[in-house]
Each structure stands twice: as structure tokens, then as C-alpha cells.
Design a binder for this molecule. Structure first.
Ligand code: 3PG
Length: 388
């Protein structure tokens, strides 16, 4: 994989794919971790004499690949300007003659183009769309690790038409996540939470073969418990996965499921919340967090490990009464000695790290959610393959 250091940048127009799929509320960016993580690449390109940097990204999931002002990247452009402390231009489209002339006329060196997903061709990996994007720049820099699991035009199409390089964030993500797969210092623990077992099954299966301990929490553990024949009441479960999970290796000593849980009759409950042993969930109750014994169990595993990888919340974070399990895990990861390698990914997971004030105590916080999981499961991603 060629990286930005291999690129001749002087006087070039650099087409830079970032993952600026961040949280925006009322026209302002409210969570900018991914944007900050991409700044070293943008700054390097600027200080190495690029004529212009054209930043392209997707944002949200606009329906049917059509323009939709609710998904405009304009707020992201404004925020980037403040992060770079530099005036930038925003162009409200991302391909075509009009965009080319707006870029040509612009006096600014950084230009953010409108959401790529306003065109169907992006998600369909349409060759013509990829060519039109590529026609805007002289070289392509891929820094959107968070979207590298998508075989979309700006991920796998554009590199066919331009000299292409991995940006610093992309390179760093691949290096850290590869280190877990190639030569982890053991014991290695994987903590996997979140809602959907279907999307996390490949990585769980991989780590059950490969890690020393695998801890499952969050709603995805409900599906596992149900498949195991444990009563889960009205908890969130992926019914279509229950049957498939029946052959799962539950007796594997490396697999750790919740032993106690926090339940209530409503996810928005402010009272009527109790801690129960697994197996004692009432018909009308929902499992909404891991209980204190499970927190202790997972924490002990964290402190016995030399490499820990964590993705996904342990409970229903939208209600702070059910955020305790996730917060406890975040605190424990922040408390391990500095020689222990801790790698965390997934939006809700890193927000909790920031919330409990341990973000800078984690060895590496990935900007990827799905991308991190796919990379760990398969050892590569479409976006990596596309860079050759
Ligand atoms: C993410 O937020 O995980 C990435 O930006 C990819 O977004 P997507 O899941 O909408 O493709």
C-alpha cells in the first residue's frame, strides 16, 4: 500500500476521501473525532505544496441516492474551516462541469464538496461516477478508513483512475489493527457489545478461534442467551439469528456471557429497575445492561490481558441508567498499565471513552465501526485492496 509519503504533491490538486460522517445537530457538528483524526493528512498535503485539496465524503444515508439538504456536508465544511483555522470553500455538488469551474475559480486551497451519496453512482460503484470524481484531481488520497469496508465508487472506483495513496489516518488504522491480528501480546481479550449479532458474528467467530477470552455484552448477548435456551423476556433479540446460533460453541471456555443483568419493563424507565441473575428475567422485562457481577468478570479479564480490543456498548446507552456497564468497561480500559495495548472502536464506544475522560489513556481509538470489525474478521477491506 503506497502512502502519502510516497506521493509527489507539489502543485497537484489532491482529491482527498475522508470519512466525515460525523454527528451534526441544528447545522453544527457536535462530535468531531473523525474530523480531528483526518487533520494531519490535510495539513501535510497543504504544507507540501498542494495547489488545492478537494475533500470528498459521504454523510448519513440519504434515501435513493438523491440530494437532500438534511444530509448536506455544508456544516462539516464550516467545522473543518474552524479546525484548520483557515478559510475554505464549500461547493454544493461533487461532480460535473459546474464543480470543475467552481474549483478553478476558487481562491481557497481547501474545498469541501457536497455529499457523495447524493448520487446513486457512489453506492453502486458506478464507473462513470468514479471517473467524474477522478477527473477533478491529479492524485487521490484515501483517508476514509471508517468507510473502507464499503465497495463504493469513492473507495474502490477512483483508485482505478488516479495515482492513489493511503493517508496517515488510514495507514495508522491498518497498522494498529493489523498488529492485533499478526502478533498480539497475549493474553488477548475481545469485548464485543452492541445490538446486532448478525453484523458481529464474523468477528466473534474469528476471535473465538484466536483470542484468549471473548466477552459478549449489549443486546447482541440477548440473542446468544435466547439461542442457548435462556429466558430473555421482551429483550431486543435478532429472532432470525436465534436458530442459526443454536450450533454455537457455548461451552468454549474462552467465551464469557453476562452472568447478571439489569432489567426493566421499559427502556426509558426511571424506576422499576433491578439486577437479576441471568435466567431470572420476567416475561414482561427487558435486559438493558450488564449487571455488577458481569462488570467484575469482564474487568478481571481486562486486567489479566496484555492486549484488549473493544467494540460496542454493553447496554442501552440512550438511557443513562443503563450506561453503567459500558462506562465501567471504559474506566477499566483507561486504568490498565501503559504497556498493555488497548484498542477501541465504534461510535458509541469511543463517545463513552470521551465521557468518562479516558480517551487519551487508550493505546488506539479507531475511527471505524463496521470497518474495524470487518478488518478484524477478514484481515483486509475493499478500500485497502483498491490501493494495491
Ligand atoms: C460509519 O459511520 O461507520 C461509516 O461512515 C460508514 O457509514 P455507512 O455505514 O453509512 O456506510
Amino acid at each position: 500500500m503506497k502512502t502519502l509519503r510516497d506521493a509527489a504533491i507539489e502543485n497537484k490538486t489532491v482529491l482527498l476521501r475522508a470519512d466525515f460522517n460525523v454527528t451534526v445537530s441544528r447545522g453544527a457538528v457536535t462530535e468531531d473525532f473523525r474530523m480531528r483524526a483526518a487533520l494531519p493528512t490535510i495539513q501535510y498535503v497543504l504544507t507540501h505544496g498542494a495547489k488545492k485539496v478537494l475533500v470528498i465524503s459521504h454523510f448519513g444515508r440519504p434515501a435513493e441516492g438523491k440530494p437532500n439538504s438534511a444530509f448536506s456536508l455544508a456544516p462539516v465544511g464550516r467545522h473543518l474551516s474552524s479546525l484548520l483555522n483557515k478559510e475554505i470553500d464549500f461547493v454544493d455538488d461533487c461532480i460535473g462541469e459546474n464543480v470543475r469551474s467552481r474549483i478553478k475559480e476558487s481562491k481557497k486551497r481547501v474545498i469541501v464538496l457536497e455529499n457523495l451519496r447524493f448520487y446513486k453512482g457512489e453506492e453502486e460503484n458506478d464507473t462513470q461516477f468514479a471517473k467524474s470524481l477522478a477527473a477533478l484531481g491529479d492524485i487521490f488520497v484515501q483517508d476514509a478508513f471508517g468507510a473502507a469496508h464499503r465497495a463504493h465508487a469513492s473507495i474502490v472506483g477512483v483508485p482505478k483512475f488516479l495515482p492513489s495513496y493511503a493517508g496517515f489516518l488510514f495507514e495508522k488504522e491498518v497498522r494498529w489493527l493489523s498488529s492485533v491480528l499478526k502478533n498480539p501480546v497475549r493474553p488477548l481479550a475481545a469485548l464485543i457489545g452492541g445490538a446486532k449479532i448478525s453484523t458481529k458474528m464474523p468477528v466473534i467467530e474469528k476471535f473465538l478461534k484466536f483470542a484468549d477470552n471473548v466477552c459478549l455484552g449489549g443486546a447482541l448477548a440477548n440473542t446468544v442467551l435466547k439461542a442457548k435456551g435462556v429466558a430473555v423476556g421482551k429483550s431486543l433479540v435478532e429472532e432470525e439469528m436465534v436458530e442459526k446460533m443454536k450450533n454455537f460453541e457455548y461451552t468454549d471456555a474462552r467465551l464469557h456471557l453476562p452472568v447478571d443483568i439489569k432489567v426493566a419493563k421499559d427502556k426509558d424507565a426511571a424506576d422499576g429497575i433491578s439486577i437479576k441473575g441471568v435466567g431470572n428475567v420476567g416475561d414482561e422485562e427487558l435486559i438493558l445492561d450488564i449487571g455488577p457481577d458481569t462488570q467484575d468478570l469482564f474487568s478481571n479479564i481486562v486486567h489479566r490481558s496484555k492486549t484488549i480490543i473493544w467494540n460496542g456498548p454493553m447496554g442501552y446507552l440512550e438511557n443513562k441508567r443503563f450506561a453503567e456497564g459500558t462506562r465501567r468497561i471504559a474506566k477499566e480500559l483507561g486504568n490498565v498499565p501503559p504497556h498493555v495495548c488497548t484498542i477501541v472502536g465504534g461510535g458509541d464506544t469511543y463517545l463513552t471513552l470521551a465521557d468518562v475522560g479516558v480517551m487519551d489513556r487508550i493505546s488506539f481509538v479507531s475511527t471505524g465501526g463496521g470497518a474495524m470489525l470487518d478488518f478484524l474478521a477478514k484481515g483486509t477491506l475493499p478500500g485497502i485492496e483498491a490501493l494495491g
